[in-house]
Design a protein around this ligand. Sequence first.
Ligand code: NDP
Length: 386
Amino acid sequence: MAKVLCVLYPDPVTGYPPKYARDDIPVIARYPNGETVPTPKGPLGFRPGELVGCVSGELGLRAYLESHGHELVVTSDKDGADSTFDRHLVDADVVISQPFWPAYLTAERIAKARKLKLALTAGIGSDHVDLKAAAEHGITVAEETFSNSISVAEHVVMMVLALVRNHLPAHQYAVNGGWNIADCVSRSYDLEGMHFGTIGAGRIGLAVLRRLKPFDVKLHYHGRHRLAPEIEAELGLTYHDTPQSLVKACDVINLQMPLYPSTEGMFDDKMLALARRGAYLINTARGALCDRDAVVRALQSGQLAGYAGDVWFPQPAPVDHPWRTMPNQGMTPHMSGSSLSGQARYAAGTLEILECFFEGRPIRPEYLIVDGGNLAGTGAGSYQLS
Ligand code: NDP
């Protein structure tokens, strides 16, 4: 019998389950690269479209785990040495956490988790786990690659348009009973003809480029490796061999690379000073890719015309986090990858990985981040241990 410790975000303040806006979600069988969506043996412990990412939703795992004799502990209490998470971590075999409400698995916590064998991310992005410490302790780290990539890509496109068109302040005018069109449009531009660039053109970054192509923008990217020539030709992409080169060339800059030690704080005063005055910065990758206060300064001075995204550090962000109140921004809590559609896929993927783990079957390589004491699968391509 194993103990599975699952950290999820709290239930809706209005109670659980919510009243759903729609009765179902579209059935998606494959991702854009041809990989299949999660295929657990099942049955699924939820109906796709239900809110399973919060505590009462339990990722739909309880029936599966308990019917196989395992113990499931679900909590949102994750921070501090006397948290429920810390108390149960000492004898947990499996930890499940989400980037939206991350249970930070630091080296200190990993050292205390003597039985831990699997750290599973329900979603994408395992930077809340100290990957080096996990590798050293022989812990497998896995996530559901691609499960919410399109969810995030759609959010990026929405934020690009919201910032450039000045949608959020204009909407607020309408809500507040106003009609001052001059105020609404004095910061409103067309995206058409602008230069858009993404740093990191992996699953999400490339999906964003593809979605923006019909807007007649000029598309740029920077990555550690170049995309296939046919993709560059299809999208008319300009490749930059440094992030600095891309930043100088673009009106809208999107961050879509993973967070690891050498990308942390990449967008600091120096990098932001290279941007065109009035550039827009979108970040749905990780908050710590940016220097928090440098972003605030750039918005206040007008060096940035706008900043939007859903990722912060730490999470949840404290109530006095300056990104909540800085000007010309479209911040939300970390939600882009946790749409009900995305949840259905990452919850099914979590079940698939657990089934593999408990039955001694291999976990799909695309789901692996760390395995056998080193980066593995997707993790070997995306992360660095230092
Ligand atoms: P991928 O691994 O598919 O893509 C990441 C890309 O970043 C790769 O193409 C990689 O390129 C590139 N990259 C890595 N290091 C660098 C670097 N130093 N400079 C420039 N590019 C780099 O991941 P996804 O697209 O699926 O996800 C990207 C990130 O988005 C995740 O790591 C996560 O942090 C975040 N995310 C956020 C979510 C949300 O809800 N807001 C949900 C899901 C993910 P190369 O091949 O050249 O190394």
